[in-house]
Design a protein around this ligand. Sequence first.
Ligand SMILES: Cc1cc2nc3c(=O)[nH]c(=O)nc-3n(C[C@H](O)[C@H](O)[C@H](O)COP(=O)(O)OP(=O)(O)OC[C@H]3O[C@@H](n4cnc5c(N)ncnc54)[C@H](O)[C@@H]3O)c2cc1C
Length: 186
Amino acid sequence: MDKRCSSRTRRGRGGPGPKGVSAFLLLGEEGQGFSIAMHSLDKGRVSVGAGCAGIIMGCLETVVDYATQRQQFGRPPASFQLIQDMIADISVDLDAARLLVYRAADLIERGEPFGVEASKVKYYASEAAVRAANSAIQIFGGYGYIDEYPVQKYLRDARVMTLYEGTSQIQKLLIGRAETGVSALL
Ligand SMILES: Cc1cc2nc3c(=O)[nH]c(=O)nc-3n(C[C@H](O)[C@H](O)[C@H](O)COP(=O)(O)OP(=O)(O)OC[C@H]3O[C@@H](n4cnc5c(N)ncnc54)[C@H](O)[C@@H]3O)c2cc1C
């Protein structure tokens, strides 16, 4: 699968020299690297969640336009209850994803711990974006599968969101550990 419009560039040429990282390049304290890297992932997870909310919003706007404007056997697809069922799910997922993003962003702004909330954003919003894009393709019917309309792109864009910055399984393990105090991570 391809994720279009995503620039993937090579960064960070070369690794540490034979004597390790020079003092000039050291971020934070020696020995804290893993913790710093994990903390930066937490913020990335909120950003991914915000991007997913954007994908869901794109899905909602696109399907509402299409389902209300297309005429099929003398009526718009929006007049079918089962089409409205899918549109309602997308709408609720959009609100839920947005609110989870806002909660985590608020914690970041106030300097409060936000790791678990970031995992919840990442897990919920990415899975919701896949659901929304999949439903959008369904609502478009055959047009959803071809690249004349944007919904096939939304599915490609959404699908990778459940993988990078920690897969959905890893987010659930982090949330489960926070709830139980027991780590199921290897
Ligand atoms: C387009 C794209 C861009 C990326 N960009 C970056 C980047 O900029 N920087 C970067 O560092 N990485 C990047 N990645 C890598 C991405 O973070 C990893 O692919 C992702 O973390 C999953 O790791 P993996 O592919 O090694 O899968 P694996 O770790 O091999 O996982 C395979 C499967 O096993 C599951 N799994 C793994 N461990 C456990 C466990 N303990 N318990 C239960 N299930 C488990 C996973 O959820 C997954 O379903 C990118 C990936 C993609 C696709």
